[in-house]
Design a binder for this molecule. Sequence first.
Ligand SMILES: [Zn+2]
Ligand SMILES: [Zn+2]
Length: 353
Amino acid sequence: MSRMKAFVMPQVGSTAVVDKPIPEPGPNEVVVKTTHALICTSDVHTVGGTLPVEPGVTLGHEALGTVHALGSNVTGFAEGQRVAVNAVTPCFQCRYCQTGYTSQCGGPLGGYQYTAQRDGNMAEYFVVPYAKGNLAPIPDVVSSEAAVYACDMLSTGFMGAEHCELRIGDTVAVFAQGAVGLSATLGAHLLGASRIFAVESIPERQKLAETFGATDIIDFTAGDPVQQILEATGGEGVDAAIEALGSPITWEACLRVIKAGGRVSNVGYHGEHPEPLQVPLDAFGLGMADKTIRSGLCPGGNDRMQRIFALIASGRFDPTVMTTHTFAFDDVETAFDYMANKRDGVIKPLITF
Ligand SMILES: [Zn+2]
Ligand SMILES: [Zn+2]
């Protein structure tokens, strides 16, 4: 058996399941036999043509499984062991990595290598590059169904909260409660926010936001969310706002809803709209309101993964509540269609192999 099935993008706008050779590991690589994966809206964006990728490239960047084959330089792992890798796989050697910006490995957004620079991992087998830095063992007490959320959703959402530089008791607004926004809400809760405003109109997502620590649900269909949050805080606004949608409207709302001295943390992907993001001068205090804007891309690496696994193991939250649908890999194209067209209230479709 030297062939495998892979979910690929033959060209912009189309997907297919094709046969590919099972990859062989290079000296510093590991090949993983996939057991679980999640489809991401980033895959949908990629198929929509947002990344200049090779035709036929394998999609996916949120997957885990068991060690199939170890490269000659990789020690500390055994064949058959349960392992995961983050969506972002830095080299940990270049200047960006050495200065702490591992997600920007080699250049802007360069840590995002699956699909963008190499085959992704929505396939029966996949390669983990720079495995010593990127391959993470999954603790026995953490299920694969939960661990797969560390690959992107929890790491990205937690980064959104971390970039707010929260102090105990800070107030936070999180704009949109998809899987990343929900994870950002959870991150703000874990970091000690006293009040978390979750901006969302879909009842199922509102409920999950409360499960993850939101104290106030702001339904933007009931009025301007900035006004609602300003009223709820006595006109003061919040210490930090997290943009988890990728829209010019929520971007501007974040700048308007924070106090002087506040922080905007952007995790939303803004490639879906052509116009530049605006910084309204009044909300920015004409450039002098001590407001900070921070952007970022999912932090990778095995230390990051193991920290998230330790949190899952602590039992303080259950990420699998974000799994709204489960499909066998044979039905991956149906799962992708659910994600692309937001069918049936989908948040995250889990793929089992
Ligand atoms: Zn993703
Ligand atoms: Zn690097």
